[in-house]
Structure formats: structure tokens, C-alpha cells
Design a protein. Structure first.
Length: 497
């Protein structure tokens, strides 16, 4: 069908196609990243607790702090460009963030009290990278630096510093000890995302050769298979980068995409039909199954290094320390949506709401283009007692400490929806009209092609007969021929003879 052929061609991620210009090389649809931070309101009581006397941290959600995210691909390099085999393209995904005060509920100068990330991460990383025989020495140095810098388990700073960079005396002291030539001692939760060092390399299929593979990841950071997890299935890089999927979608299929913050691919399943600016779309939700414990979803078994670990015994999240040098980052849905009560019962201030906290994507199913999405995840640090570090050992409970949740939002603009509508619906009608005209013209031509030789043959035959009759009428023999006597024979005579 001509229409299908046009769609398959124009959704390839190659120069000259509609998709390349408007949704791939540089995403023109405005993308916003909304940060909701969890502010601890009982800092003094929490820090004053003693072993055996656990004080729950009380959280107040502040925000959103909204940033415009500019996504652009560079270092684009095509492989097998003129070949008939499956074509691939390599690129680097860049991102830059700019604060949008008019969309935010607060400013970057707002104050937030949260978990001291440096105090929490350093011991966990030491446990992961330092040989056991040297750990006692490493902890002795760490504990001294904590005392010298008066570092505590919680710290207070501005929202802008927390997200994109601050100076911490403990971090500076550690760098001076281990990396005296380090160019910067700035640390921020999303600092690297806003810098080239945090940008990621991808290799994907363009869709040329097989439209079903459009935008499918071949390699991420030069890896075709992940090294982080504990089974072949979990280490597979499945799906796309989330910006678009292959055209001509099927409601029965899962849609996979890779999430960098989680170091893994996740999937979404079809839920319902929805419209965005008159464009008909299919809504896909990321189901609770993605964060279920292995006991309730066997597919998640290979995401667990230890099936007896708390995070593998309860539904609700994914511990990703294996890809972060031991840093105990625990990823969940916001406010522990769909999670076991185990997590929310350890703290105060969580209010899960499916409408506010569910992760979804709406695709236009013919092209595979995302026309609306709210990608919502929560970042927590999983806390455990540590007898070697007094700053951590004052808390004897194991619990997930929520730092923030983020929502990456992108919606097809009404101005873009108009041409997209023409592409999807008017083009289909135009192609149908062309096909009808082609059928009519083709049928007429076919009729002419079949009928003309027969007509010509009949006409030649008629002309020959007429010419023969004419010639015969004018011949001398006919003119000089005498009349022939006709004898009449009766029936009786015929019988007698």
C-alpha cells in the first residue's frame, strides 16, 4: 500500500525524512524536567536519635522546580549508508537544562534539608572497590575527615546547589587526599547530566532494511550487553531511547525503552486510546510488575545480587548499586506508588497517587511517535547500619530515604499537531484518492490494451472482406459469366432416385 510505504520511509531516522528533522536529530517538542524535592522537617530530632530509638524522618514535598531540557544529537555517523543491509547510526545524546521560574513553584534559592549524599555514598563505594584488607584503614581516614569537617548525616543547602552543584567540605577533603590534581570539587545530583561528561553514546537502527527495528538500540556506551546485572535477560538492552518506536504498532506488544538512571530497560503495556490535539494515540503505562520482587515476578530475579536483601523481598523498587560502584541508589515510582508498605511505614510524608505518580507514554500508533509522556521516577538512597562509620551507625533501621522524584514531560504542541494531522489523515485520504484514480485509469487502460488489438483485428478482417467483395464485383470474370440454370427437384423425385 502506497500510504504504508510513505510512512515507513518518512519514519526512518535518516537525513531528509520528516522524523529526522522534527523528532530525532534535535527534539523540537518542548521537553521539561520537573523536580520535586523531599525536605526533612525534623532534622534535629532525627539526628539526635540513638541506637534502638529510631526516629522516622518527616518529609515535606517542595516544588516542582521546572527546567527546560534541550535535547540534541551530535557526532552523528551512519554505518552501511548505501547498503541494503540493516542500517545503523551512531550518535551522542546531549542535554542542557535552563530553569523556568514561571512554571516553577519556588526558586532555585529555596532551602532544602536532605540526606548528606557524600557521607552516605563514600562508605558504600569503599565497600565495593577497596580490598577487604585495606577497609579498616580506609574507614579510619573517612571517620577522621567526617569529624574534622563536622559533617552530619543531613545537610542543608539551596535547591539549585543540591541539583546542579555545591561545595562540600568533606568532598573537598577527600579529593585533596585521593585526587589532589582534581580540577573541581563541585558535586550535584544532576550536575553531570548538564555537562558533556554525562552525555551518552548510542547506536541504533535507522529503520532502513527493516522498519520494525526503527530507533532500536544496538549499543549503549559502546556496550551491546550490560555488565551490571546477574543474568542474561536482565543485561539485554531492549527497545529504544524512549523518544519514538517503530511504526505500525500492535496493542498486544510490550514497548521497551532504556532508562539511564536505572541502568536497565523497562517496558510499558497498552492501556487505552487517548487523543492529543485531535491526534489519536495509544496510552502505555509502566506496570507495577517492573518493580515487583522476584517472588511476585520471576523476570526480576536477575536484578538481585542477593535474593535475601530487603529490596528483593518487598515489591516497589530496584536497587541499582551494581552499576554505580556500590552507591545504594534505589529507584521507585514517586511516593512509593505500588510498593510494599514496608518502605512507607519507615518514614512520614508519602502520599502515593496513581494519577499524579504513574509513568506513561502516549504513542501515535501509525508512526510510533510519542505525542505525550510523563516519565516519573523517584530516587532514594537505601540506608543500612554501618558499625565502621559512627555517622551512619546511629540509625539502626534499614530504610529507603527519598531524595527527590522527577517528571520528564513532553507533549506534542498544537502547532505541530496540525501538520501531523495532515500527514496522518489527509495524506491517507489523498493516497486513497490517488489509488482510486489509478484503479480507474488502470482499468480503462487495461480495457483499451485488451480491446484495441481485438478491435484492430476485427476492423482489418472487415476491411479485407469488403475489399474482396469489391474486387470480386469489379472482376472481368464476374462481368462475362452467364446465368446458371437451376433445376428444381421435387421431393418425390428425390425419394425415387
Amino acid at each position: 500500500m502506497l500510504y504504508n510505504m510513505i510512512i515507513k520511509n518518512q519514519t526512518q531516522v535518516v537525513p531528509g525524512t520528516i522524523m529526522y528533522k522534527l523528532n530525532w536529530a534535535e527534539v523540537e517538542t518542548p521537553v521539561f524536567r520537573k523536580f520535586f524535592l523531599f525536605n526533612v522537617t525534623n532534622k534535629e530530632e532525627f539526628l539526635a536519635q540513638t541506637p534502638g530509638n529510631y526516629v522516622k524522618p518527616i518529609f515535606q514535598e517542595i516544588g516542582p522546580y521546572v527546567y527546560r531540557e534541550y535535547l540534541k544529537k551530535d557526532n552523528i555517523e551512519y554505518q552501511d549508508y548505501n547498503s541494503s543491509v540493516l542500517q545503523k547510526v551512531f550518535y551522542r545524546q546531549t542535554a542542557t537544562f535552563f530553569f523556568v521560574p514561571e512554571l516553577s513553584n519556588g526558586t532555585e534559592d529555596d532551602i532544602v534539608t536532605s540526606l548528606n549524599i557524600i557521607v552516605t555514598l563514600i562508605p558504600a563505594v569503599m565497600e565495593h572497590v577497596i580490598p577487604p584488607g585495606l577497609l579498616n584503614t580506609a574507614y579510619a581516614v573517612f571517620n577522621k575527615l567526617v569529624r574534622d569537617t563536622n559533617s552530619e548525616l543531613l545537610f542543608t543547602m539551596t535547591v539549585g546547589e543540591y541539583l546542579f552543584g555545591f561545595q562540600d567540605p568533606l568532598f573537598t577533603a577527600i579529593l585533596d587526599k585521593l585526587f589532589p590534581e582534581a580540577e573541581s570539587d563541585i558535586f550535584g545530583v544532576f550536575m553531570l547530566t548538564n555537562m558533556s561528561i554525562g552525555w551518552r553514546d548510542y547506536q541504533v537502527y535507522t529503520g532502513k532494511g527493516d522498519y520494525k527495528l526503527t530507533n532500536e538500540i544496538v549499543q549503549f556506551q559502546n556496550m551491546s550487553v550490560l555488565p551490571y546485572w546477574f543474568g542474561e535477560t536482565c543485561n539485554q538492552i531492549n527497545g529504544t531511547d524512549g523518544t519514538m518506536t517503530a511504526p505500525f504498532m500492535n496493542k498486544e506488544d510490550r514497548v521497551y525503552f532504556y532508562v539511564d538512571e536505572m541502568c536497565r530497560s523497562i517496558y510499558a503495556t497498552y492501556q487505552s486510546e487517548q487523543e492529543v490535539h485531535k491526534i489519536k494515540g495509544w496510552r502505555y503505562n509502566v506496570p507495577p510488575d517492573v518493580f515487583m520482587s522476584p517472588a511476585n515476578n520471576e523476570e526480576n530475579t536477575c536484578f538481585c545480587a542477593d535474593l535475601n536483601h530487603v529490596t528483593c523481598q518487598h515489591d516497589g523498587g530496584n536497587l541499582v548499586s551494581s552499576c554505580l560502584f556500590g552507591a545504594p541508589l534505589f529507584v521507585t515510582f514517586p511516593h512509593f506508588l505500588y510498593a510494599s508498605d514496608y518502605y512507607a511505614d519507615k518514614i512520614v510524608g508519602m502520599h502515593p497517587d496513581e494519577e499524579k505518580h504513574q509513568m506513561y507514554i502516549i504513542y501515535e500508533p501509525t508512526t510510533g511517535v510519542v505525542i505525550d509522556t510523563e516519565s516519573r521516577i523517584q530516587l532514594n538512597l537505601f540506608m543500612q547500619p554501618n558499625s565502621r562509620a559512627p555517622v551512619l551507625n546511629q540509625i539502626q533501621e534499614e530504610f529507603a530515604f527519598p531524595m527527590l522524584w522527577l517528571n520528564e514531560v513532553a507533549t506534542l504542541q498544537e502547532s505541530d499537531a496540525s501538520w501531523f494531522y495532515l500527514l496522518l489523515y489527509r495524506l491517507d485520504e489523498l493516497v486513497l484518492l490517488v489509488e482510486i484514480v489509478a484503479i480507474v485509469v488502470g482499468s480503462a487502460f487495461l480495457g483499451w490494451a485488451i480491446g484495441f488489438p481485438l478491435y484492430s483485428k476485427q476492423r482489418r478482417k472487415s476491411q479485407t472482406s469488403n475489399q474482396y467483395a469489391s474486387d470480386y464485383a469489379m472482376s472481368p470474370e464476374k462481368k462475362n459469366r452467364k446465368p446458371v440454370a437451376v433445376r428444381t427437384i421435387s421431393t418425390t423425385q428425390l425419394v425415387e432416385d
